[in-house]
Ligand binder design. Structure first.
Ligand code: ZN
Ligand code: ZN
Length: 488
């Protein structure tokens, strides 16, 4: 220990402050360089986003989309490690070496049944085929655009550190990132940056819902439903009792929980007592800890339904993601940068497209078209706000994480709709994608040049994790469900 630890602390603090102010004073030139580089590559990656939109591949089947992004990053000078974490379409692309290690997350999977042309009226490219209704074509290509521009900036300015693009498959229900975390691929990452398509421009500082999912498969005994019903034990009865019990449970769990389910197998014919039946269920809550309690009760309901009907229960394909942890120092830097980048405005043609598209929205849902030029104020996560779930949540429980949304969808359009798929396949979506790429790239540049920002992000992460332990609900040893889309 030094003779005077206080003076040592003063020197260290002063040193850190000087580093931070030096980093800030160089910020305008640094940002200008990065923004110009994004602009130079923007048209090319808009094309990339359109090609992935055309491919519209489902989770874990994104071979062409993943290969295209790998080729782009390799051509730009990244080293690509393909098929990681037992996921054929997952990859990690790396540039540079040493600390800090900054990750940019990319997704590229589509959604089933939402095939849609880039037109303002409902029209499938191919009936019942997948479509990019969550805009992950923009997400993956926009993140790659940010990574390529940031890499060129680093090379040009001799910036040290490691930049990684994570190609993360099957975000829509396949939990691709959870398996990548388990494979240790994020172990040395200092900060993870992410973005997601939306109808507003803002910073995402926490807020997604923790989610658990599973298939509850009941096994009974088949019998003729009229001649010998007493010999039968109905798996469908168990499914229906489970559904009913979940409805009663709703009253006695925190009201900001969500539980929803479908019957994926209800038997073959009314005159055969079903020997198998399956309920596929999701449960969500803003807090992973609260959700664990709710989930344990849902598992008991399943056991109770089996007991009542003399059937057996097989809980299969357990999946889950955590809520998204906030990071305050990162959120402030991200907000500053998004405001600096600014939003965008429609051309007359885009305005016409947006107005036509908005005619298909429910009354009162359409937002102001000029809101794409605005940046939302920085807000804390509201535990009562409607939200979705994402496996980025799991990353945020392991690594300081911050993200953006940008207005890639026409204002008022929600994700997972044909209107979102239409917006994601044309210039409106691409303009939003470029805003996101700029915000990601300048924030990445700040992290490489401002050591104090990385230290602050890590300190805030430790604070957020106090009293918490990351534990995925996915059983240890479970392999990625590569064929999970086949049954839907
Ligand atoms: Zn989605
Ligand atoms: Zn999504």
């Amino acid at each position: 220990m030094p003779a005077n630890p206080f003076s040592c602390w003063v020197v260290a603090t002063l040193h850190a402050t000087l580093l931070a102010s030096a980093a800030l004073s160089q910020q305008p030139a640094r940002h200008k360089d990065v923004l110009e580089l994004v602009d130079q590559h923007a048209a090319h990656f808009s094309e990339t986003s359109k090609t992935i939109w055309d491919y519209a591949e489902l989770g874990y089947k994104e071979q062409k989309s993943s290969a295209l992004l790998q080729r782009e990053l390799q051509a730009a000078g990244f080293r690509v490690q393909a098929s990681v974490a037992d996921e054929p379409t997952a990859f990690v692309a790396t540039y540079g070496q040493g600390e800090p290690v900054i990750a940019i997350l990319g997704e590229f999977d589509a959604l089933p049944g939402l095939s849609q042309t880039a037109t303002p009226d409902r029209s499938a490219v191919l009936a019942d085929a997948p479509g990019h209704a969550c805009g992950h074509n923009l997400l993956g290509a926009g993140a790659a655009l940010a990574a390529v521009a940031l890499k060129e900036h680093m090379e040009r300015n001799h910036v040290s550190g490691t930049l990684r693009y994570y190609g993360t498959p099957a975000e829509e229900g396949g939990h691709g990132k959870v398996y990548m975390l388990r494979a240790g691929l994020f172990r040395d990452v200092d900060v993870a940056l992410q973005w997601h398509p939306s109808d507003v421009n803002g910073v995402t500082n926490g807020g997604a819902l923790a989610m658990n999912s599973a298939r509850f498969l009941f096994h009974g005994t088949a019998a003729h439903a009229a001649i010998a019903p007493e010999r039968g034990r109905s798996a469908l009865d168990a499914v229906m009792l489970m559904g009913n019990a979940v409805e009663f449970l709703r009253e006695h769990i925190p009201s900001n929980s969500r539980v929803h389910y479908v019957i994926t197998n209800g038997g073959a014919a009314p005159n055969i007592v079903p020997d198998t039946a399956e309920l596929y269920l999701y449960a969500r809550n803003p807090s992973s800890e609260v959700l664990k309690g709710v989930w344990d009760r849902i598992l008991k309901i399943g056991q109770g339904a089996a007991l009542m009907t003399e059937t057996t229960l097989d809980v299969r394909e357990v999946g889950g993601t955590t809520n998204l942890l906030p990071n305050d120092p990162l959120s402030k830097a991200a907000q500053r940068n998004l405001q600096e980048v600014g939003g965008f405005h429609y051309t007359a043609e885009e305005k016409h497209f947006a107005q036509e598209l908005q005619k298909s929205l429910p009354a009162g849902a359409a937002g102001a078209l000029d809101s794409t030029g605005l940046i939302q104020p920085l807000r804390g996560a509201d535990p009562n706000a409607a939200a979705a779930s994402t496996d980025v949540g799991d990353v945020s429980w392991n690594v300081p994480t911050i993200g953006f949304t940008t207005a890639t969808f026409v204002p008022g359009v929600a994700a997972h709709t044909w209107q979102a798929a239409a917006s994601a396949g044309m210039s409106i979506g691409q303009k939003g994608m470029i805003v996101a790429a700029k915000a990601l790239a300048v924030t990445g540049a700040d992290l490489f040049s401002d050591r104090q920002l990385v230290l602050d992000a890590k300190a805030d992460f430790r604070h957020q994790m106090e009293g918490k332990t990351y534990q995925s609900v996915i059983p240890v040893g479970q392999k990625p469900p590569l064929n999970y889309r086949d049954k839907q």
